[in-house]
Design a protein around this ligand. Structure first.
Ligand code: MD3
Ligand code: FE
Length: 215
C-alpha cells in the first residue's frame, strides 16, 4: 500500500449482508482483463435478447447465458435449458476466466466446493430493472450463487425469505462480487431502475454475471 487513494479505490474488502451472504467489494477488478474478453466471445455466439415472462411481459433486462445450462423464460415458464432457443445450439461454454473468478469468490466466502454449471448474464441499460423475486429454478439450494457486477452502479434491493420482509438497499459497483449461500440463498431481491451514466470501459450499461449450479 503506497498511496491512500489507490487503496481506497481498489483494495478488496469483505462485508456480511446477512447470514450466508458475503459482499466482496472489488473482488473482480484484478481479473477484469480476462473477464471482459470472455464476455465478448460469449455475446458473439449468444447475443443478448429480451425474454418474455410466462405472464406475457417482455423483460427490460436483456439476457444471455454460458455454461452447460442456461436460464430461459417464455410463455410456457421459467427453466434451465441446455440449448439457446434463439440458435437451437448449446450455450457457449463457461470461459475459464469466469470459472476461475466464480470458484475464487465462492472459496473466499466459505464454499470451496462450488462448481457452477450455468452463468446467466444480465444487461441493464438506463431504465431497466428487475422486480423483487427469488431464484428457485435450480435443483439444489445448498449450492450458493455468485454474482459479479460490471459497468454502471446499481441499487440492489435485498429482503428476506418472505416477499413482505423489510428491504435494505446496497450500491453494487463495477468489480463487486457477492456470494449468496445458506439462508440468504432464497431471500427476495431485485434491482431498481438503472440510472443513466457512462462507465469508462462498458459505457451506458451494467452487466451482471450470476454463477449457478443448476443441476
Ligand atoms: C440473492 N440478478 O439474475 S445479482 C438474477 O443484479 C438476479 O442482475 C440481479 O437477481 C442482478 O437472478 C441481482 C445478486 C443476486 C443474485 C442471485 C441471488 C442476489 C441473490 C440469489 C439469491 C439471493
Ligand atoms: Fe435473482
Amino acid at each position: 500500500m503506497t498511496d491512500l487513494f489507490a487503496k481506497l479505490a481498489v483494495e478488496p474488502s469483505r462485508e456480511s449482508m446477512a447470514e450466508g451472504a458475503t459482499l466482496l467489494r472489488g473482488f473482480a477488478l484484478s481479473l477484469e482483463g480476462q473477464i471482459l474478453p470472455g464476455l465478448r466471445s460469449v455475446i458473439a455466439e449468444a447475443p443478448f435478447r429480451h425474454m418474455v415472462t410466462p405472464g406475457g411481459y417482455t423483460m427490460s433486462v436483456a439476457m444471455t447465458n454460458c455454461g452447460a445450462a442456461g436460464w430461459v423464460t417464455d410463455r410456457s415458464g421459467y427453466r434451465y435449458d441446455r440449448l439457446d432457443p434463439e440458435s437451437g445450439k448449446p450455450w457457449p461454454p463457461l470461459p475459464s476466466s469466469f470459472l476461475d473468478l466464480a470458484i475464487a469468490a465462492a472459496t473466499e466466502a466459505g464454499y470451496p466446493d462450488f462448481r457452477p454449471d450455468a452463468c446467466l448474464i444480465n444487461r441493464y441499460e438506463p431504465g431497466a430493472r428487475l422486480s423483487l423475486h427469488q431464484d428457485k429454478d435450480e435443483r439444489d439450494f445448498s449450492h450458493p450463487i455468485v454474482s459479479v457486477s460490471l459497468g454502471l452502479p446499481a441499487t440492489f434491493q435485498f429482503g428476506g425469505p418472505n416477499r413482505t420482509d423489510p428491504i435494505r438497499k446496497y450500491a453494487l459497483r463495477h468489480g463487486d462480487v457477492v456470494v449468496w449461500g445458506g439462508p440468504s440463498r432464497l431471500f427476495y431481491h431485485g434491482v431498481t431502475e438503472l440510472k443513466d451514466g457512462e462507465h469508462e470501459t462498458l459505457g451506458r450499461m451494467r452487466i451482471n454475471l450470476t454463477f449457478r449450479r443448476a443441476r
